[in-house]
Write a protein that binds this ligand. Structure first.
Ligand code: MCA
Ligand code: AMP
Length: 514
């Protein structure tokens, strides 16, 4: 039992969320979705409780070691959310993986996190089984987006009652892999307390209320869709309309029934590109939230002109969940990410780690009950990323105006955010540099109308070689998640470098930005 676990209290995040939705009638609709044939499917609050109990019984029956990690790489479905809830209930550590990751990418996470169980899509079983065998993972189960697979089959006959395992606020609930400025992803360790405190704060800040309906179109392997969106609805006992993926036409079709929507900026750009998106379809909506990447002022303004509503932009990270938000009632200022959330301390410091004067630009550091405890099995990296007085160095560069509103003006970390997904140039460069005919490469982000930033590679051939753009792109596509694959590859004679020998990516961005 961890030192922070008080007898009689249960800080398990599931218990916290269930306390919220237990206020609703057990038979009321909690989630509405459609099956593969397009027929509607309804899950009541009691279904959520019973189905997650069945899965928790299955997990517990596997007799996994204390603190076991459960790696999950599946397509979005209500059952995939239930599996997450079951992991919480059983006291296991949930490790979600982007469904676009390919074998080499997943192998790294499995090697690093050493899960005891992997749940994967049925189609991925052949290569996941290979990884599991090579890395000594005891169990592999499958879950399809049509309720197929061994996970549900194995749980079908188990009891639908389960006493949620007691957990303390500091106990680990999830590991989210992120960053990797050196090319290696780090697992951010989030506790039950980190997630519960953020969910409670956002519940009040965004005024979740009875009768809210969340239109959920985000993937659920990242903070935005899994924690910010799902926790918000569960804790407030709000119904979710659950879409398997974002599709502008489908979102518009369901919007008249919804009150809350969360999306990355690309989703707002795509909604605005659809002539069917208008004030009429948003008439019940009370809150549009944007995050994960910068929302352009132009998008904010077009959205307001079209719908009469001001998008609420907020800012967060995998390591911290949500940090700042524009106000619910006050002025939502385009181009800013708003004010630090209650309980979050945020400061902007200069190169000497001293707070900047006034609204000067500097590095953003944060502290609060939502901030993670460190990177999985990387104590040195963890030490480097925290200051002596316990602030986490976000790697984001920003300023704060006289009213306290924070703007993100850049990043000290070499990171591209494309359509809300993070791409680490170093990782793509290392794949390119290994390829035949490539001497060296530089990967940059350039402005892109749809994705905000697009990944572009600049490659120098080996003497006597002439690598071609289509072949390089095809080779990358066969190895890494396709959202990471450069949209363009330019072949040049040499890369511009400064006197220290460092590649001047700003010059490449100027040259290839179009
Ligand atoms: C898909 N493609 C992309 C992206 N998404 N390329 C670059 N960037 C992307 N984001 C490519 C695919 O690889 C494919 O390429 C082609 O586009 C079509 O794929 P499809 O799956 O049909 O794409 P889509 O459905 O149109 O996806 C666009 C999307 C999606 C809906 C915007 O990217 C998305 O759901 N983004 C949200 C990510 C997210 O939830 N981020 C939150 C992280 P090809 O045809 O060549 O194979 S949490 C976070 O950041 C923090 C903590 C926070 O603050 O929230
Ligand atoms: P990750 O934790 O890897 O999903 O990505 C977190 C990063 O996304 C942050 O460090 C920011 O750089 C970026 N980010 C999240 N929300 C915003 C936002 N509203 N505006 C600008 N950048 C954002």
């Amino acid at each position: 039992m961890s030192k922070n676990r008080k007898p009689g209290s249960n800080a398990n995040l599931y218990a916290v969320l269930a306390e919220g939705f237990a206020r609703r009638a057990p038979d009321a609709c909690a989630i509405e979705t459609i099956d593969a044939a397009g027929a509607p499917l309804y899950y009541s609050w009691s279904d959520i409780d019973r189905a997650s109990a069945r899965l928790a019984n299955l997990l517990t029956g596997l007799a996994l070691p204390d603190g076991a990690r459960v790696a999950v790489q599946v397509d979005k479905s209500v059952e995939s959310l239930l599996l997450y809830l079951a992991c919480l209930r059983a006291g296991m550590v949930y490790l979600p993986l982007n469904s676009a990751y390919q074998q080499a990418e997943v192998d790294y996470f499995v090697e690093n996190a050493e899960p005891s169980l992997i749940v994967c899509a049925p189609r991925a079983l052949p290569w996941i089984a290979e990884i599991a065998k090579a890395r000594g993972v005891a169990h592999v189960l499958t879950l399809g987006d049509d309720r197929s697979g061994t996970l549900l089959e194995s749980a079908a006959s188990l009891s639908d009652r389960f006493e949620t395992v007691a957990r303390g606020a500091d106990d680990l609930a999830a590991i989210l892999y992120t960053s990797g400025t050196t090319g290696r992803s780090k697992g951010a360790m989030l506790s039950h307390g980190n997630l519960a405190s953020n969910a409670r704060t956002l519940n009040l800040y965004w005024r979740w209320r009875e009768g809210d309906v969340l239109l959920h179109a985000l993937p659920i392997f990242h903070v935005h869709g899994l924690f910010v969106a799902s926790h918000g609805a569960l804790l407030s006992g709000s119904k979710m309309i659950w879409l398997p993926r974002f599709d502008a036409a489908r979102v518009i079709a369901r919007m008249p029934e919804a009150t809350v929507f969360m999306g990355v900026p690309t989703m707002y750009v795509r909604l605005l590109d659809d002539a069917g998106f208008d004030a009429e379809c948003t008439r019940r909506m009370r809150l549009f939230i944007s995050g994960s990447a910068p929302l352009l002022t132009d998008t904010f303004q077009q959205f307001e002109a079209r719908t009469g509503q001001r998008i609420l932009e907020r800012y967060g990270m995998s390591e911290t969940v949500m940090l700042t938000s524009n106000p619910y009632d006050g002025n939502r200022v385009a181009g800013t990410v708003g004010l630090p959330l209650p309980g979050v301390q945020l400061r902007i410091v200069d190169d000497q780690q001293q707070p900047v004067d006034g609204d000067a630009i500097g590095a953003i550091q944060v502290k609060g009950p939502n901030v993670f405890s460190g990177y999985w099995r990387m104590p040195e990296k963890t030490r480097e990323e925290f200051t002596d007085d316990g602030f986490f160095k976000t790697g984001d560069v920003g300023r704060r105006d006289a009213n306290g509103y924070v703007s993100i003006v850049g990043r000290s970390k070499d990171l591209i955010i494309s359509g809300g997904y993070n791409v680490y140039p170093k990782e793509i460069e290392s794949y390119l540099d290994e390829m035949d005919g490539v001497l060296e490469s530089a990967v940059i982000g350039v402005p892109h109308r749809d994705f905000g930033e697009a990944v572009v590679a600049v490659v120098v051939p080996r003497p006597g070689s002439r690598p071609e753009e289509p072949a390089l792109i095809a080779a990358l596509k066969s190895r890494i998640a396709s959202f990471k694959v450069p949209k363009r590859v330019h072949v040049v004679d040499e890369l511009p470098r400064n006197q220290m020998g460092k590649v001047q990516k700003n010059l490449l961005r100027d040259r290839f930005g179009e």
